[in-house]
Structures are given as structure tokens and as C-alpha cells.
Design a protein around this ligand. Sequence first.
Ligand SMILES: *[C@@H]1O[C@H](CO)[C@@H](O)[C@H](O)[C@H]1NC(C)=O
Ligand SMILES: *[C@@H]1O[C@H](CO)[C@@H](O)[C@H](O)[C@H]1NC(C)=O
Ligand SMILES: *[C@@H]1O[C@H](CO)[C@@H](O)[C@H](O)[C@H]1NC(C)=O
Ligand SMILES: *[C@@H]1O[C@H](CO)[C@@H](O)[C@H](O)[C@H]1NC(C)=O
Length: 472
Amino acid sequence: MKGRLIFLLLILLLVIVQYSNSITLELIHRHALQLNNNGPITQQQRLKDLLHHDFIRHNIISHKWRQGLQPTTRSTRQATEGTPSAAIEMPLASGRDFGIGQYITSFKVGTPSQQIRRLIVDTGSDLTWINCRYLCAAQGDNCTKGRRIKRRRVFNARLSSSFRPVPCFSHMCKVDLMTLFSLKTCPTPLAPCAYDYRYSDGSAALGVFANETVIVGHTNGRKTRLHNVLIGCSDSFRGPTLQNVDGVMGLAYSKYSFATKAAENLGGKFSYCLVDHLSHINATNYLIFGANHNQVTVLGDTRYTRLELNLVSSFYAVNVVGISVGGKMLDIPLQVWDTTKGGGTILDSGTSLTFLTDPAYQPVMEAIKKSVSKYQRVKLDGVPMEYCFNATGFDETLVPKLIIHFADGARFEPHWKSYVIAAADGVRCLGFLSASFPGAAVIGNIMQQNYLWEFDLAGNKLGFAPSACSSS
Ligand SMILES: *[C@@H]1O[C@H](CO)[C@@H](O)[C@H](O)[C@H]1NC(C)=O
Ligand SMILES: *[C@@H]1O[C@H](CO)[C@@H](O)[C@H](O)[C@H]1NC(C)=O
Ligand SMILES: *[C@@H]1O[C@H](CO)[C@@H](O)[C@H](O)[C@H]1NC(C)=O
Ligand SMILES: *[C@@H]1O[C@H](CO)[C@@H](O)[C@H](O)[C@H]1NC(C)=O
């Protein structure tokens, strides 16, 4: 009897420990902040903006994807980067595109902590960085010149006792952080490990890598302290900077990413649930570190498929093997899904629409077009989407069910609104963008909407369950 009681108490304790070992953050869409301060924007303008970002982002992903598929890139970099002044040029059009995820959250950094309000949450970023003031530690930089971040919220590293710059002589700086563009220069062994990102438009971000304490807290007051989180302290920018954001929370899968660090401390997993921001700009979305204990209610069974970690770069790759529309498996060559043949699929929170490489794009578009062909086709000004139509009196039951099939038998059935998307007043468009093959297919955040996605990093699996993304 006594033993049973102790056993029950133990279980209860375990449940409590588990529960408290999970943190829920609210995410809002970038558009809800109206970061451009140009007043309310129309649905069509929003879509244009999302597409603009999507194309830039797909370029970055393709660049990293090719690098990830070619193991020789690393040594090439070492060979060409011998000179101290050499910096890496990012495949971005402008510094403004640095960290172009779509969802925003906040956390606190340092001891005593300082609030970082607007952080872009990005499953495509390895590095977590914040606007920051330290020394202009990058070699040869002139700190006195007006290149500091002006009139911007910054983290003052000098006021934090837990800010620990990574020394430039360390293995971490010289080897591990090389993929994050650490500089080779090391004037004295303990000088901070510096980075210098250059963009093709001439803008640049300079800063140092440091370990810091990050405090993540839910709105209800509970919080968790994460120690030794790698952050980039971006000291100065040249050229156009990110508009109105204070940094990026990197949720990609890599040794020093925030996702990995948070997962280490919080049950090995993180999840998010995103709602339809094309119709409700202010909607609340959730990001959970640790297990979901009903913070977000799911409306059906959770299905699991293998999460391919470390397969290509730091992306969250999945093993898609086919797409069916209206119950019919489409004729798509298998190499499209095969990373060893230059294909493959990733799930990305920072891309809005879904990219399919041509051999998949064509049959998917054809199959869905057929079902909506009775509606008048329209061309939306400045919206580079192939097929839009006048949706006055639209009958949604005409939309065929689209299913993404995974190698292990799991099936993902997105809501029809996620692929026949609202584009403007009374207009819907087929929500796919075409990419050239070889290349990566990217399942974007609109396709992911109204599902709870669980990235189980410890268990190498991806769980997904339909959800209204609301708490009970
Ligand atoms: C910094 O800028 C000032 C004024 O432009 C210049 O006189 C000085 O030599 C510069 N210092 C370095 C280290 O470049
Ligand atoms: C930073 O943290 C990493 C673990 O994430 C640790 O290996 C490294 O020694 C730390 N460096 C400093 C300078 O604190
Ligand atoms: C959305 O948010 C804006 C400002 O954040 C607010 O003015 C507006 O009333 C909100 N709309 C709804 C429907 O909640
Ligand atoms: C759609 O069709 C209706 C009438 O059938 C028309 O009134 C409306 O202007 C059309 N909308 C667009 C965007 O073409």
C-alpha cells in the first residue's frame, strides 16, 4: 500500500517536472507589427511582399543546399580565406534580407537580463544574433566612425556579467564557427571571435560571438534560463539594416543553434503551430520548447515521420516520396525527392509558399487547375503566381484533397486553404512556386498552417497533428 502511494507520488512528481520543463512562447507574424509603418496593407500587397521574400529565401536555401550536398566546399573556403581581411559574401541581395523569417517573438538576454523584443524566429538560421553593443572587435574596424547602430534598441553587453566572448584561438572559433563566417584573424589569443557578413549590395554586419544566458518565459510568468547559448553580438551595420527587428532566433539544426540548446534543456524537442495569417493578421501562434502538454489543443491523431537531421546542411529534411491529388498518385519522377540525386524536401518556417521543383510542380498544378477551371482566370498585378482565379461564389468542395506521402507511410493532408490561397478580395491562387531541378522542394509555412509541428531532435522524428492553434 505504502509502496503504491510512493509510486503514485513519484508519477505525480514526474508529471509536474515534465510540465514545468516546457516553455510556450507566442509568435506573431511580421505583418501584424506593420514593420513598414505604412499603415494597413492590403491582402494583395501582403502576398506580394511574402513572395518577394520567398524568392530571396529560396536563393539562400538553394545556395546552402548545394553547399550541403558538396562536402568539398569547406576546404575550398579555407583555401580562399587565408587573408585576414577576407569576409564571406552572403548570397543575399541586401543586408535587409538577413534573417528574413516571418514570425516574431521575444526573449531576455544577460545578467541582469535585458529584453530583446522583436526576434525573427527562423528554422533556416543557425545563428541567434542580436543588435548589440560591445567593442568594435572586428579587426581594423574603426569604432569611432558613425557606423554604430543608431536609434535602435540594442543589447549592452558591457552591462552583462554572463557575456563571455568566444576566444579567437579556440577550436570553436577556428573550426566550429567557420560555417557561421567567423574571421580568421586573431590579434591576441583571447580576442573575441569576430564575424563580418558582407552582402552583395555592399552592406555588412560585424560582430563577435559570445556565450550568454538567455531567459525564455511564457506570458504567465514561468521562465527558464539557458546558459552558454551562442549568440552573435552584432555591433555595427553598414548599409541598409533590418527594419525594426532586434535580432534573429536561429532554430536550424546545428551544434550551437538555439533550437539545439533549448532542446538539450527542455525535453529534446520544440513545436510550433501557425494560423492563417492571410486572413487574420493578428492571430496568435505558438512556439513550444519541450513537450506540448495541451498548451495547444490538437484536433486529431499525431502522425510521425522520420526527421532527417544532418542530411543536408542544418535543414529539417523529410523523406517525401509522392504527392496525390484527389486520390490519384501523380506521376512525379522519384529523383525529385532524392537528395542523392540532387532533389529532396525541407520543412521551413520562414518560407511562406511552397516551392516544388519543375518535375513535381507541373503535375501538381495541372491536377488542381482542372478542378477550378470553371472559374474565370485572373492575373494579379505584380503577383508572380501562375494561376489565380475569380473566386466569387467559390465552392470549396471542388478543391481536391492534396496529400503529401512520406517514405515511412505517413501522410500529410494540408487544409485546402493552404494550397488554394486567398490572394486578394475575391481572388484565390494556387499556392505553389516553381523551382528548377536539381534543387530542393520547400514546404512553406502557409502549407503548414493549422497543424502542430513537433520537431523531436532527440528522437529524429517529426510529428504533426491538425490544430486550431489555440489553447484549451
Ligand atoms: C578612425 O577614423 C578616424 C577618422 O576618420 C581616423 O583618423 C583614424 O585613423 C581611424 N582609425 C583607424 C584605426 O582606422
Ligand atoms: C561556450 O559554450 C560552449 C558550449 O555550448 C562551451 O563548449 C565553450 O567552452 C563555451 N565558451 C566560453 C568562452 O564560455
Ligand atoms: C490587430 O492589431 C492591431 C495593432 O497591433 C490593432 O490595432 C487591431 O485592432 C487588431 N485587430 C484585431 C482584429 O484584433
Ligand atoms: C469576379 O466576378 C464578378 C462577377 O462574376 C465581378 O463582379 C468581379 O469584379 C470579379 N472580380 C475580379 C477580381 O475579377
